[in-house]
Design a protein around this ligand. Structure first.
Ligand code: B12
Ligand code: SF4
Length: 440
């Protein structure tokens, strides 16, 4: 993983790859699986293996090519999969023996079967026409070395998103028509396998299918969990949803507000966001004692230099507990990428910079440097001591998780990273969860 200026080692050791653990679970009863993560330790290229699978996001594409080269020099076939390969397969073919385009659940069995027959094909596309909730496979949680990660208590309850914002991987060909929620019983099995009362649902949108969400909330309420999830901002339009979430143990919600400019929201084709209702959304969520992690993206066509100070003011005025900011990044294969490419606005094709901390396209109403500096400054300003104090939640119960995240993760991440290296990431993660949510 390529770190951004504000990232510390904590970011790289945050959680294991559910994509790789999913393919691991598909064959762990038949074959020996070795799960490697070079953010944690160097890859052992001398290990005797028959076939290698790599999970690839855009920022690590070139590193994945280097890794593949080393195995292929030893005649070990390499299969590439994951979001970037799925979104943008055409540029990748020459570097790998096979490409998995889409969900491993719908490609990996064929890949291994063809490999065993010596007939590995170049491309495997997922065919989602017959997909059912039970098609989705649980990750092999048993393979996680918990001491290496800050968190391992992550669950993906779905694939895809019902919305298709133009900057998101969900607007790419392979995901355009895909949104599926898993069976609630399978999700409960994952919760049991994780065996922790604090759970993070890492789906794109936990309320993509509200009927299903109510079913899930009903099923987890008796488990007495504390949990976090990402939802779209129209969560407040669904009667009872927030009440039900609260009573099922919801602690905080990640919401893609993206911009406080209506024209930027239109530019992103984010139809579910209504800027006029942002204050109301925040007050309804806060009223129920749920914290907000607001996500913003800067550089949309409606943004200019003033966007940064206006957004900062909105964040502080609304006492948003935590904020994740990004520079708009046209991931290859997305509708945004196609639009910027066709109008000659892509100015950097080094994918290692496509990690939302670099300007790789020509913004409309700012220079690339103004966008970059504005983004760096707003991050600093949001997490200045003055603004951390101003944003303090009203409820005392939330002070510990709030301060832990704002100060020990965002502000003094390097120090926290150092402490973690002394006493173990898992221990710090557990301690933080214990202090924040009184879980084990
Ligand atoms: C959790 C998460 C993180 C976590 C943990 C990452 C980790 N250790 O895996 C953290 C916070 C650390 C993180 C960091 C970043 N992330 Co992130 N993250 C996610 C998130 C929300 C969920 C990923 C997940 O676990 N999904 C569930 C698993 C089961 O799905 P999956 O990985 O896609 O795997 C399936 C298929 O892709 C396929 N598959 C995957 N790998 C393989 C391999 C083989 C061999 C095969 C056959 C199939 C296969 O089968 C799997 C099962 O169905 C996704 C959004 C999303 N919904 O996917 C973004 C996402 C992957 N992240 C993204 C980005 C950009 C980043 C960062 C660069 C952000 C940043 N600003 O720093 C960094 C660095 C990424 C990196 N190099 O690891 C983008 C990637 C865009 C792209 N086109 O590549 C995404 C899609 C978010 C978005 N909407 O844009 N991330
Ligand atoms: S709502 Fe979020 S996950 Fe869904 S398409 Fe838009 S940006 Fe992507």
């Amino acid at each position: 993983m390529i770190k951004r200026p504000m990232d510390t080692g904590l970011k790289t050791k945050m959680s294991p790859s559910l994509g790789l653990l999913t393919i691991a679970n598909m064959f762990q009863d038949k074959h020996t699986i070795i799960y490697e993560n070079e953010n944690i330790k160097d890859i052992d290229f001398n290990e005797k293996v028959d076939i290698v699978g790599i999970s690839i996001t855009v920022d690590v594409f070139f590193r994945a090519v280097e890794i593949a080269k080393k195995y292929r020099e030893k005649n070990i076939p390499v299969v590439a999969g994951g979001i970037h390969i799925t979104a943008n397969p055409d540029e990748s073919e020459e570097y790998f023996d096979a490409l998995s385009i889409g969900l491993a659940e719908l490609t990996w069995y064929d890949i291994i079967s063809d490999f065993e027959k010596g007939q590995l094909k170049k491309r495997y596309y997922h065919n989602t026409s017959n997909i059912t909730p039970n098609s989705i496979i649980s990750p092999a949680y048993n393979l996680i070395n918990k001491s290496e990660y800050l968190y391992y208590n992550i669950i993906s309850t779905s694939r895809g998103c019902p919305y298709k914002c133009n900057f998101c991987y969900n607007s790419t060909d392979a995901y355009k028509n895909l949104y599926i929620s898993r069976s609630v019983q399978d999700v409960i099995k994952d919760i049991k396998a994780i065996n922790n009362r604090h759970i993070m649902f890492i789906d794109d949108n936990l309320i993509g299918n509200p009927v299903w969400t109510f079913e899930l909330l009903e099923a987890i309420t008796p488990l007495n969990l504390k949990w976090n999830a990402a939802v779209s901002s129209n969560v407040v339009n669904i009667p009872n949803m927030l009440d039900k979430m609260k009573s099922a143990g919801c602690q905080s919600l990640f919401i893609g507000f993206e911009s406080i400019n209506t024209s930027s929201i239109e530019d992103a084709e984010k139809v579910q966001n209504n800027v006029e209702r942002y204050n109301y959304i925040v007050s309804e969520i806060h009223k129920r004692g749920i914290m907000i992690n607001a996500s913003f993206v800067f550089g949309l066509d409606g943004d200019n230099k003033d966007t940064f100070k206006n957004t900062l003011k909105w964040i502080v005025d609304n006492k948003i507990e935590t904020v994740t900011s990004h520079i708009l990044t046209p991931y290859p294969g997305t509708e945004l990428f196609k639009k910027l490419k066709s109008s000659g606005r892509i100015i950097d094709d080094d994918y290692a910079k496509y990690n939302t901390a670099n300007v790789v396209f020509m913004p409309k109403n700012m220079s690339p440097d103004e966008l970059k500096q504005g983004y760096l400054k707003i991050y600093k300003d949001i997490y200045s001591f003055k603004n951390i104090i101003k944003r303090m939640p009203k409820s005392k119960n939330q002070w510990i998780p709030y301060l832990l995240f704002n100060i020990f993760y965002r502000k003094f991440g390097k120090f926290t990273d150092f402490i973690c290296s002394l006493i173990g990431y898992k221990n710090i993660g557990r301690l933080a969860a214990l202090m924040s949510y009184k879980t084990k």
